[in-house]
Design a protein around this ligand. Sequence first.
Ligand code: G3P
Length: 218
Amino acid sequence: MKLFVDSADVGELKALAASGLVDGVTTNPSLIAKQGGVFLETIAQICALVDGPVSAEVASTDYATMVKEGERLAAIAANVVVKLPLTWDGLKAAQAFSRSGIKTNVTLCFSAVQAMMAAKAGATYISPFVGRLDDHGAEGMGLIADIRAIYDQYGFSTEILAASIRSTAHVREAALSGADCATIPPSVFKGLLAHPLTERGLQQFTADWTASGQTILG
Ligand code: G3P
């Protein structure tokens, strides 16, 4: 499964990318606004940090302006993915970008039928918001499994990008439910390797090795 980081914090992304395990980055208008930098410059900086896809979201909601904004974003770097809202105009823009070979990430997906429509529009990625569905009293991860079943049944190639991920457990469940990718906030990404038995075991191994008095490198 591909792991993306959901952030517009260039410093934080640089540190995480150094792990060699970041496959891509997603941003959204709220993350950009929180960071405070100039949008187009921030996206250019992020694209230089990672080889994989970097989602940059349009700000308008009408088809014609979304296409213009998406073209401007796609011109920043070859790895930009244009993020579009799951609306009629957004899916019309997804079809236009699909025809011109520009990758898209259709966002704000909360139902399997929405995901099917995005796939029919030729979206490269669909972003179901797992955490926000959970917050809303639904079972977010069930949506990932439903979309997987529909996409497999009809041979849609749109990749399922589990979004609004809140925990390591969410990452596990997304992987088990058939997501192709998950986009993960930096705080959750940093915790992916944490396990008390790993820490305790390593402490014990190190102590026992030190007591043995041996060295590997002489
Ligand atoms: O970027 C889309 C999604 O990951 C947002 O997550 O935590 O704001 O629901 P969240």
